[in-house]
Write a protein that binds this ligand. Structure first.
Ligand code: A2P
Length: 294
């Protein structure tokens, strides 16, 4: 499969989206701005943030500066943000979105996702997102952390189909049922925590492949995700890693090696979301906008 950093996939509404982009979870505004600038300077054309991350303003600033420094236009970059749990509902989603555009210093986003499926609210939130989509304020809409029950329920209520579902996905958590469902319904899977929190980065089988292909374990994992046709958004706050994570186009994993990584799935989630409901979810980290700058 011939791929490069400009490789895009076509979403089910005809919009093109880069297969690999930068994630910025757990970065404060200043760090996020710097990471976005490094990413754009090194050829990335997709950035993924969220109101919950508390760094939309930093991403907006990094984007503005990064576009200017690299002679790029806003349309050259695919920007994703997400509806915060506390904003879910019809009117509140619409109102909050105006603030999101302001912080991001843009008049539209390329992709807006429901960050978490807040029980009893996500279908109303979706209606608001459909309105934003029809008004052209978002070029595409999708979901995140939707298990099969909720994805099926949303599909039954939606008039616009989600373009993707962003889930925790990496060699130790491969979301097989959801991937199969998404493939069947022309919904892309997008990986958050694509490097797997160290578990996969330090896995001996992946280390062996890294030696074989003369690449890092991170590069083996990201290449595997691309070959599995999963959109991936590795996060890093270091320019060296940001560069390294985009340097995955000069080799190709054999079918056997893809299968070997497929066999490492142990369904290991870092966050519990099966019975997620707003307020009172045991994961405890999705109840508030993150404040990294305190
Ligand atoms: P840092 O942000 O300090 O640069 P994931 O996207 O799976 O959640 O992984 C993100 C974590 O992996 C971050 O802690 C990030 O570190 C680290 N990371 C990102 N790229 C690499 C890499 N190429 N090698 C090792 N660690 C990496």
């Amino acid at each position: 499969m011939k791929l490069n950093l400009d490789s895009t996939i076509t979403l089910n509404n005809g919009i093109e989206m880069p297969l690999l982009g930068l994630g910025v979870w757990k970065s404060d505004n200043q760090t996020a701005a710097q990471s976005v600038k490094w990413a754009l300077a090194n050829g990335y054309r997709a950035i993924d943030t969220a109101k919950q991350y508390g760094n939309e303003a930093g991403v907006g600033e990094g984007l503005k500066q990064g576009l200017a420094e690299n002679g790029l236009k806003r349309e050259d970059v695919f920007l994703t943000t997400k509806v915060f749990n506390g904003d879910q509902g019809y009117e509140s989603t619409l109102k909050a979105f105006e603030g999101q555009l302001e912080r991001l210093q843009t008049s539209y986003v390329d992709l807006l996702l429901i960050h978490w499926p807040v029980n009893g609210k996500y279908n109303e939130t979706w209606k608001a997102m459909e309105k934003l989509y029809h008004e052209g304020k978002v070029r595409s809409i999708g979901v995140s952390n939707f298990n099969l029950d909720r994805l099926t329920d949303l599909m039954e209520h939606a008039s616009v189909k989600p373009v993707l579902n962003q889930m925790e996905f990496n060699p130790v958590e491969q979301e097989k049922d959801i991937k199969d469902y998404c493939d069947k319904h022309h919904i892309w899977l997008e990986a958050w925590s694509p490097l797997g929190h160290g578990d996969a980065l330090n896995d001996p089988a992946i280390q062996k492949l890294a030696d074989k292909y003369n690449k890092s374990t991170a590069q083996i994992i990201l290449r595997w995700e691309l070959q599995r046709e999963v959109i991936t958004i590795p996060k890093s706050t270091h320019e060296e890693y940001i560069k390294q994570n985009a340097d995955v186009y000069d080799f190709e994993l054999s079918d056997e090696d893809v299968a070997l990584i497929n066999s490492l799935d142990i369904d290991k989630r870092s966050l519990w979301y099966g019975a997620f409901s707003w307020n009172g979810n045991p994961a405890g980290i999705v109840d508030a906008v993150d404040e990294w700058n305190k």
